[in-house]
Design a protein around this ligand. Structure first.
Ligand code: 3HC
Ligand code: NAI
Length: 698
């Protein structure tokens, strides 16, 4: 009927097919096409039942997110769904791939639903800072009961076809969606099944109406970790409307909440994060069509903290790993850590009971670098010392097969220098994972001077395959994330010399939404590492040094910037630390002053943003959104604040530049002067986002 939706008739069955790649999102054209086809099918006297199905890789994956925040185009999704639900002829949704968000809401407005066995169904709107806005919060509880519905809507995680069948979300599992849907529609006609309109079916709401605790307990468990987010709470309330209110009233309330969230700052930030993550996988400056090399086996050198976590990430995705160590003892220790980790996850029910053995079975632990021979990708995760890295890469160069990609997990070292010791610098790059590597999603892919485009494409593709979020960066000290973090660390330390306490600084940072403040993070990582490195370089940091001299190395010694009770990781403010800071300041002849929370927030955030501007100037990151992705997935930046560069645009670059200049003078720190790019954008009244738009237009 239009270019993206068509109606065909197979004798008495009308087949409506949506074909709008890549994911059949509900754009205005798709909504219009469905409405028109459904109306025509209803009007066609030959058609007795209708099947709604999709071409391509998936059923409708949701509303078209690119339309959000723009003036709405008719027809609205509600109008389409009302037409469908009120159809006098049965409509069967035939699902394959992912029926998500508005896609599942379309299916819920049909009278019957069938799905292929690998299909996934869900309402993930909450992940975009939204709630389902087309009846999902009202129809899903009627389909599966409020307990499962609230879980699916507040957590936003989809369920598989088997679970959907068990809970009454679909009526059958079929072989192919279109053919299976058609066969099911014939069955409906043959059996003269009555039309099932979810809006009129309150049977599954009765239990929660009688005993509200079923619902409230589920909500309490689900919102426990939703600190700072608005959408999960609004979504839970909306499911409550389904229990308490007649369908039409519930629908109206759902719509109001949806619109409020959609216009709000949090959803704007979360939608930005969604597209930024996908944008980051597109590598700037690599010729279009550059193919990734084939990666079937990976070798990881070093079975320590990082090597072990990286190995787990690969075998979790089914990719076999050769894990290489210097000796049997080190190998045994590394394998033991992984085993314990998997077993703990299995005991919690996070993975099936047989998964630990299966996954560990994919890891071959060996001694000797000659064992890299079979690997298509080799990731080095040995000690952070240039001499050792060079030694390892020289040996790998000798043994690796031609075309293998050679990656270093270094946090700071220069990949160009590492590449130089090999005869194949075109194959060398950085793959900087974050700790714990089996959990953290970020992988900074470091492009060195000579890295070949297809080596880069391979690293990005592999990272996505193992469910990481890749972001390509250039060579510099600490790459993007740690380089910016260093600016925050520097200010955090300076604040102690001016009168703030660790707990005050950390509280400001966590209230902002970060999972941890700089001092709690230091305690977790271990203060002795920095202390040793300062000693090596002949640098002093009076307070941090004094802590280490007192044996306070952080969590591992039960004391650092905080104290820790035995077996606990909860940081407790320690009067001894305050005393130690006072004494240090007295010794240095410094006076404590009152530092406000506002100043702390500005000095924690703005210097990082300033460094981000320098990073963009130097082209170490191609896009501001890449920097944001790094902070969202590597450092726990709160998703509802979009990332540091997005946040900077919200605050206003002129304000940030002015405050940086102020602090540069006030604290006598020229490094705080605004970067030229920041200054320029501020003077022109522009945003960081404008850089991305200019780049796209070019
Ligand atoms: N709207 C617009 N574009 C979308 C989209 C959507 N809902 N979902 C995906 N896309 C785009 C992506 O941006 C990407 O574009 P690109 O190729 O130009 O970068 C392309 O489709 C492919 O997406 P992925 O790279 O993510 O492909 P995958 O195969 O890895 O994943 C997916 C497919 C599981 C469908 C994933 O894209 C996804 O989770 N999409 C979002 C689903 C969602 O959140 N739906 C709810 C939307 S809100 C809503 O429906 C409101 C309603 O209640 C009214
Ligand atoms: P680690 O000390 O826990 O592990 C290093 C392992 O490498 C040890 O088990 C050691 O026996 C092994 N090893 C040393 N030389 C070797 C060789 N020639 N051949 C084979 N194995 C060898 O160190 P960690 O923390 O895992 O760090 C590894 C790398 O990852 C470093 O470059 C580090 O900077 C980087 N990194 C560390 C992060 C962290 O939080 N720990 C985060 C991101 C990167």
């Amino acid at each position: 009927m239009n270019e993206v939706v068509k109606l065909e008739r197979h004798d008495v069955i009308g087949i409506v097919t949506v074909n709008s790649p890549p994911v059949n999102a509900l754009s205005a054209a798709v909504r219009g096409g469905i409405l028109e086809c459904i109306k025509s099918a209803i009007a066609d006297p030959e058609i007795k039942a209708i099947v709604l199905t999709c071409a391509g890789r998936t059923f409708i994956a949701g509303a078209d997110i690119t339309e959000f925040g723009k003036p709405p185009k008719p027809p609205g999704l509600h109008e389409v769904l009302t037409e469908m639900e009120n159809s006098p002829k049965p409509i069967v949704a035939a699902i394959h791939g992912t029926a998500l968000g508005g896609g599942l809401e379309v299916a819920l407005a049909c009278h019957f639903r069938v799905a292929t066995k690998d299909a996934r169904l869900g309402l993930p709107e909450v992940k975009l800072g939204l709630l389902p806005g087309a009846g999902g919060t009202q129809r899903l509880p009627r389909a599966v009961g409020p307990e499962l519905a609230v879980k699916m809507i507040v957590a936003g995680d989809p369920i598989g076809a088997a679970e959907a069948l068990k809970n009454g979300l679909i009526e059958d599992i079929v072989e192919g969606s279109a053919t299976g849907g058609e066969a099911f529609a014939r069955k409906v006609l043959a059996e003269k099944r009555p039309l099932r309109k979810l809006r009129d079916d309150n049977s599954k709401l009765a239990a929660a109406k009688a005993d509200r605790s079923i619902f409230t307990n589920a909500v309490a468990a689900l919102t426990k970790k939703a600190r700072g987010l608005e959408a999960p709470f609004a979504a839970a309330d909306a499911v409550g409307f389904a229990i308490d209110l007649p369908f039409d009233e519930g629908l109206k309330k759902e719509r109001e909440s949806f619109l409020k969230l959609m216009m709000g700052d949090q959803s704007k930030a979360q939608r930005y994060a969604f597209f930024s993550e996908r944008e980051a996988a597109k590598i700037a400056g690599v010729p279009e069509g550059t193919k990734a090399r084939n990666v079937e086996r990976v070798a990881i050198i070093g079975a320590g903290t990082m090597g072990g976590g990286i190995a787990m990430s690969f075998v979790n995705a089914g990719i076999p790993v050769t894990l290489i160590e210097t000796g049997e003892e080190q190998l045994k220790r590394g394998m033991g850590v992984m085993q314990k980790n998997y077993e703990a996850t299995a005991a919690r029910g996070g993975i099936p009971a047989d998964a630990p053995a299966k996954r560990l079975g994919l890891i071959t632990g060996v001694v000797g670098l000659e064992n890299v021979r079979d690997a298509d990708l080799i990731i080095e995760a040995v000690f952070e010392t240039m001499a050792i890295k060079k030694e390892v890469f020289a040996a790998v160069d000798k043994y690796a097969k031609p075309g293998a990609v050679l990656a270093s997990n270094t946090s700071y070292l220069n990949i160009d220098d590492i590449a130089k010791v090999t005869s194949r610098p075109q194959d060398v790059l950085g793959m900087h994972f974050f700790s714990p590597a089996n959990v953290m999603k970020l992988c900074e892919i470091v492009r060195a001077d000579k890295t070949a485009p297809d080596a880069l494409t391979t690293a990005v593709a592999v990272a996505r395959k193992i469910a990481k979020v890749p972001a390509v960066v250039g060579v510099c000290d600490g790459f993007v994330g740690n380089r910016m973090l260093a600016q925050r660390g520097k200010q955090a330390e300076k604040l102690l010399f001016e009168g703030a306490l660790p707990q005050q600084v950390d509280a400001v940072v966590t209230r902002f939404g970060m999972p941890m403040g700089p001092f709690a993070m230091g305690d977790l990582a271990g203060l002795d590492i920095g202390w040793r490195s300062r000693k090596d370089r002949g640098i002093k940091s009076e307070i941090a040094d004094a802590l280490c001299e007192a044996g306070r190395f952080g969590q591992k010694t039960g004391k650092g910037y905080y104290k820790y009770e035995a077996g606990s990781r909860a940081p407790l403010p320690d009067p001894e630390v305050e005393k130690l800071i006072d004494e240090t300041l007295q010794r240095l002849g410094r006076k404590r002053r009152i530092v406000t929370d506002d100043e702390i927030l500005e000095r924690m955030m703005y210097p990082m943003i300033n460094e981000g501007a320098r990073i963009l100037e130097e082209k170490v990151a191609a896009r501001p959104s890449d920097i944001d992705v790094i902070w969202l997935y590597g450092y726990g930046w709160p998703i509802y604040r979009g990332g540091p560069m997005f946040y900077a645009d919200q605050v206003g670059l002129k304000h940030i530049a002015d405050r940086l200049s102020f602090y540069a003078k006030e604290t006598n720190d020229p490094s705080l002067e605004p970067a030229p790019l920041l200054k320029q954008l501020a003077a022109e009244g522009k945003t960081f986002a404008s850089l991305a738009q200019t780049a796209k237009a070019a």
